[in-house]
Unconditional design. Sequence first.
Length: 91
Amino acid sequence: MTEDLRHIHIESGALQLETNLVELAEDGALPAGRLRTRITEIQRERNKLQAELSQVIDSLDAGSEYINACLELLRGPYEMYNERATRSAGG
């Protein structure tokens, strides 16, 4: 869910910048060369943010897996203790 919201935020921000640039170009307030440069910069920034978002999501996924594994161990501490005690006594 958070990933979707972040993606929407990145896309809407970049789209707004591109829309503003197109309006400036239509008004003749921005030369075509400068317009292309700015759009390229926006696309690079969008790609950079998407890559960073992907790394954050990977880190969150790994953290979530770790926490879930720890919670699973805590689900039955008495049984886990007895199992370890039985293995130690028998082995």
